[in-house]
Design a protein around this ligand. Sequence first.
Ligand code: MTE
Length: 335
Amino acid sequence: MELPRGVEHSWEMFNILIRPPWFLPEKTAINESAFLRRREFLSALGLGGAGLAAAGVMDVLGAEEAGKESTVAAKSRPLYPAPRNPRYNPGWTLTDENVAARYNNFYEFSMVKNQVHQLTGKFVIDPWKIEISGLVEKPFEIDAHELIREMPLEDRVYRFRCVEAWSMVVPWTGFQLSKLIEKAKPKAEAKFVRFETFNRPDQAPGMKGSNYPFPYFEGLRMDEAMHPLTLIATGIFGKPMPKQHGAPVRLIVPWKYGYKSIKSIVKIEFLANQPKTFWEVLAADEYPFESNVNPSIPHPRWLQSTERVIDTGDRIRTLPYNGYGDQVAKLYSKV
Ligand code: MTE
């Protein structure tokens, strides 16, 4: 397969781009006994179980610098859990919180899902500037934590389907992206929204020496961005967002493959033309701009007709638009 110029073949590339991503080498499997020893150590300090949960913004697992996050936790804790929006709480069985917290795609930290949560210790999420710019009447900059306190937060249970054919059902906390967009007053020419993640190789070990085109960037059409299902998520499982899930704020677009849901956003820009996206630059035939979940279009290297639920291992049928067709199919009907 042909890779973009400047991108070299490496074992990781081979894993991610040539082989299905779940074929990870044996040596990358989680070291369960080290994990359990850590839990014992934390509980001896009185920080296990409920103590960990109460710490809120601290990573569910593996917060090496918990002390440094205490001001963030203190500021955010009263906001969680946010009220559940009954419209988006269909009574589905939730994925186990701890399984979700150590099965992450966050390439800035690691390409190995169960290592991401262990490598976020140096990642500073407070203060956190977000720039809103481009084709808007009111460009502005705001600290993410101020924004989180300003916006009306709610809890929504969503299905989440990765292009790698795994899935989960989790309660996100957040607010509709449309509410933030309205504050910026986009101009009529603004037809697309581009999102960008931080660029800090000193805090994110996966960025150092990587051939990937970091910082990670994504995009949506304006009507997709304005859709009521599209969230800026600030938390998960009733707590502030753990670093490995994309603290302090990330995007959630539940009818698209998971890579569209960009983490740890620093910039939201309004554009007239369709922007390139991170994965599109790497392999446009595998990860196109639109990327709606579609069980009838296989990925070039694997089927998309079913998905594996990450905590139970059950294999279930994938639904068109990830089950949100009644709400979003009309965005794509050509009349
Ligand atoms: N955002 C950034 N900045 N970097 C990433 O590597 N991975 C994407 C998406 N957002 C990614 C990202 C992919 S491929 C998926 S499936 C989801 O995040 C995973 O989200 P989760 O780890 O919270 O389950």
